[in-house]
Design a protein around this ligand. Structure first.
Ligand SMILES: Cc1ncc(COP(=O)(O)O)c(C=O)c1O
Length: 392
């Protein structure tokens, strides 16, 4: 049996795997076992901001491996405290709780919100239509897509969704029982769709009127993916709670929630916890990743290369209007909405040594390492053109 047959035999069949066997990876490239080189426009779904094999991350991890790897959260741990200090000073939030993953961050945020709401007799939590918050029951309860939810009913009580970018839905649903509203400022899985400024303005007006928490899901968009530390910074507002994961562990499993002063004293000893959250190896990798991004000012590259990529893609849209419906995004989270489904098109990119992802059926999602260069964009654009010529 080859590795693909073994995978089919041994694993619950939850993933549609690409037909390549990866051997190693460096910078923005992945190499298969035959030595074939692929440009990675996917970065492990917006995780590997510095690409692969970053020397500083490797050195920090090697050093920490020899000191200690896992410790219980009964101990204060230097890597956790150092990373917490960096994240809080970069973001301006008051408190942090480390998790293992995005969905665990979302669960933690929802629990924190419910605890906060208790004393005000508020418990209703809203997500957004077309949103993605994770795979656990809390996360699924504030999502609407059947694809993720079907068969897992019943979900959490006092949860619902508001229509994304519909002010009418917002004003109809929010009231004095509202405890929290969860939203991605740019919906990633939902096809790289940004929230409108009007929607955010109304949401914050309603918050003033009814006093509820706003939870930003920055799991995909956070940590400079848009050029700013958080996507919500483009809207000049501040949520009460932020969920992060993906990039924050520098390629290792790590997530966190951040809270402002309104929720700073809600979690008390023993009422929430995790075994692996804030793992020392993940934290030192996260510290090195943040240091590298700030020292090398990689956020400027995100804006410059992102704008260049979007411009080039828009030129392709003009050339192939029958294929490309819309190009959208900020920094290095870019969606190319096609007039056809894109799952099979991903394989055409693969044949041409580009790794790209298809989301929401017809959106090619581009979330490359933040170190992507303009030359690499040029290489990618040539392949986009080649693939579009093939499918026209
Ligand atoms: C916006 C958003 N929220 C939550 C999650 C869930 O994160 P994880 O897969 O780490 O549980 C994801 C993952 O893609 C995401 O993009």
């Amino acid at each position: 049996m080859d590795i693909f047959e073994k995978e089919k035999k041994y694993f619950f069949n939850t993933y549609k795997r690409l037909p390549i066997e990866i051997y190693n990876a460096k910078d923005c490239y992945i190499y298969d076992t035959n030595g074939k080189k692929y440009l990675d426009l996917f970065s492990g779904i917006a995780v590997n901001s510095l690409g692969y094999g970053n020397e500083k991350i490797i050195a920090a991890v090697e050093k920490q491996l020899k000191l200690f790897t896992h410790l219980s959260n009964s101990y204060v741990q230097f890597p956790q405290v150092q990373l917490a200090e960096m994240i809080l000073s970069l973001s301006g939030f008051n408190k942090i709780f480390f998790t293992n993953s995005g969905t665990e961050s979302m669960e933690s945020a929802m629990k924190l919100a419910r605890k906060w709401g208790k004393s005000f007799n508020k418990n209703k939590i809203f997500g957004m239509t077309n949103g993605f918050s994770g795979r656990t029951f809390g996360a699924l309860s504030i999502m609407d897509k059947e694809k993720y939810k079907n068969g897992y009913e019943p979900f959490l009580p006092e949860t619902d969704v508001i229509e994304f970018n519909s002010i009418l839905s917002l004003t109809n649903k929010i009231n004095s029982k509202t405890c929290a509203v969860v939203l991605e400022f740019i919906q990633g899985e939902g096809g790289v769709r940004s929230v409108t400024s009007d929607f955010i303005e109304t949401l914050f007006d309603l918050k003033k009127k009814y006093n509820f928490l706003i939870i930003a899901d920055e799991i995909q968009t956070g940590i400079y993916r848009t050029g700013k530390f958080f996507a919500f910074e483009y809207y000049n507002i501040k949520p009460n709670i932020v969920c992060i994961a993906k990039a924050i562990g520098g390629g290792f499993p790590l997530g966190a929630i951040l809270g402002d002063e309104s929720v700073a004293n809600i979690f008390t000893t023993g009422i929430h916890g995790t075994t692996f959250g804030g793992n020392a190896i993940s934290c030192v990798a996260g510290i090195s990743m943040l240091e590298e991004i700030n020292e090398r000012k990689i956020f400027s590259n995100v804006i410059e290369t992102g704008n260049y990529f979007i411009e080039q893609l828009k030129q392709l849209q003009n050339k192939f209007p029958k294929i490309v419906k819309e190009v959208r995004g900020i920094g290095l989270i870019i969606g190319v909405e096609l007039n056809c489904e894109c799952e099979d098109i991903v394989n055409k990119f693969l044949e041409n040594q580009i790794l790209i992802n298809c989301t929401n059926k017809n959106v090619l999602r581009i979330v490359p390492p933040l170190i992507l260069s303009k030359n690499q964009v040029d290489d990618a654009i040539k392949i986009f053109e080649k693939v579009f010529i093939e499918i026209i």
